[in-house]
Write a protein that binds this ligand. Structure first.
Ligand code: ADP
Ligand code: MG
Length: 149
């Protein structure tokens, strides 16, 4: 587990950018935190680290958006799925050929595979956020190393 405080949206994006640069296919990142915490902001930095030039926005009208970079980025916002507690069939929804990012305001353990990185974002004040990185599975521990570089 790794806890980091950021003092601007830019700083959050910079951390996510570093992570985006080293991601490999099959990676799953679950972003938790209230509305306005910074989950989409984090995803924007991640995407640019993955070489995606298109602006990542909240998928308001679709459950999942796909962005093309070095690897495809599958971006899911579960905000629209609130109240759904059963298995969403995530594994069928995303291919293993890319990186999957899920914004998940409420954590639903049941629907997730064994290995993934959880980034929990808490709003401290207007510009301050506390980011907690919780790796699940050995391969996800490596990702944390890049953050402190
Ligand atoms: P979510 O997707 O979690 O609902 P967003 O990323 O859409 O949240 O919105 C977060 C808002 O907070 C953005 O307007 C962003 O500019 C702002 N913000 C201010 N400080 C930070 C910070 N340190 N990290 C991330 N976002 C921040
Ligand atoms: Mg969002």
């Amino acid at each position: 587990m790794l806890k980091i405080t950021t003092y601007s949206a830019k700083e959050t994006k910079e951390i996510a950018y570093k992570i985006g640069k080293i991601l490999t296919k099959g990676t799953l990142i679950v972003l938790t935190g209230d509305l306005g915490a910074g989950k989409t902001t984090f995803t924007q930095g991640l995407a640019s680290g993955m070489g995606i030039t298109k602006m990542v926005t909240s998928p308001t009208f679709t459950i999942m958006k796909v962005y093309k970079g070095k690897l495809p980025l599958y971006h899911i916002d579960a905000y629209r799925l609130e109240g759904m507690t059963q298995d969403l069939g995530l594994e069928e929804m995303m291919d293993d050929d890319g990186v999957c990012v899920i914004e998940w305001p409420i954590f639903i353990f049941d629907s997730l595979p064994d290995a993934y990185l959880n980034v929990d974002i808490k709003r401290i004040s207007d510009d301050i956020r506390s980011l907690t990185f919780i790796p699940h599975g050995k391969e996800y521990e490596k990702i944390l190393e890049v953050i402190s570089l």
